[in-house]
Design a protein around this ligand. Sequence first.
Ligand code: MN3
Length: 226
Amino acid sequence: MNRRTFFQTFLAGTVASRLLPSTSHAQTTSAPSGPFTLPPLPYPPNALEPYIDAETMTLHHGKHHAAYVNNLNKAIATYPDLQKKSAEDLLQNLDSLPADIRTTVRNNAGGHVNHSHLWKTLKNPGEKPSGKLAKEIDQTFGSYDKWKEEMIKTAMGVFGSGWAWFARGQDGKLFIKPYPNQDSPVMEGANLIYGIDIWEHAYYLKYRNLRADYVKACLEVSLYSF
Ligand code: MN3
């Protein structure tokens, strides 16, 4: 089954109804229903086993990511103008936001953007970069293995919760950098390519304190060639 067929089958299946926020739930919760919504996982939660376990995926997507979306909607509930903006737009213009919601938007729009990208880049089995990006990685980091080393070093160096991001800056150059909390390269106008989530919610159920094993596992289930 190729990825597309798989995705279609998955959407048609009962798993989808458990992952997609149901209308009845939206009606009974006090969280505003929009404008931001939780994107469905593009695969079943067990698709990345044994590297990333189904329970972690279910909680990470259905609880943690959902909370960022709900909290972002709540923060802008009384600001109709902000509801028309994209999450990326909000992150790139934090200084222009009302001071009382600035930090909440930074954390939750960041969480929404970072995770929306993360789900799309995970796939089992992982693929190595190909084409133009592979060449650029060789030119920028020396080789794919050196790039991998740099990702691992950056991910291991994050103190507390945060991310290791591989992204393309506004100047067109590739870079790898650590970000605290839910900060995102998007805040600097960069384009996300691939991130490793270093919050304990992303790995603690399966990996406990063994962050290095989790980071290596991420690199096994990652799709870079998009
Ligand atoms: Mn996370």
